[in-house]
Ligand binder design. Sequence first.
Ligand code: FMN
Length: 179
Amino acid sequence: MDLDSFEELVLKRQSCREFSDMPVDDALVERICRIALLAPSACNAQPWKLYFAVGDKCREIAKGVQDLGMNKFASEAAALIAVVEGKSNLTAKVGARIKDNEFTRHDLGMLTAHLVLAAQSAGLGSCILGWRNEEKLRASFGLEKDAKIAVVVALGYPKEGYPIREKKRKPLEETLKKV
Ligand SMILES: Cc1cc2nc3c(=O)[nH]c(=O)nc-3n(C[C@H](O)[C@H](O)[C@H](O)COP(=O)(O)O)c2cc1C
């Protein structure tokens, strides 16, 4: 893939909040997850686990991201993926202690970025959902009581005609500097 194609992919990836009712194949979701799990992580600790559901099961799981009337569109998602904190490794733990720098959240973000870009390259819309009720989600994903869910990613084919929005980002003068 060249830089132009990657830029195109990044520009097309947006938070999709209107999904069509077209189902998404289990195998495709699994493949997207497998690709995302190739993401880099500090000391290659891979402090993560992914859990996914497709089809009807998603209706139940969606309730875990809809407290206070939020994320209504999640009920229409064809697949939902929980990005969950997993075991780190000794090197990463020692590094975090010595350098006072804990990278687990960063690693989970890397994984999530890979997930949504992989989904986009398969023509799927996605939305990262940080507004979540961990207790409800743990129950519906069948996770242990102490599982830490970083985000849920909703996937599905965008509704027909769903527009690609222009990116709203801070001006580059604020976020990019040559030194
Ligand atoms: C960690 C995280 C949590 C988010 N949580 C939600 C959410 O709960 N509901 C939602 O609709 N969008 C959520 N978003 C999407 C952001 O609002 C969105 O990425 C941002 O506005 C930029 O828009 P774009 O994704 O369309 O480029 C979340 C994004 C991230 C990275």
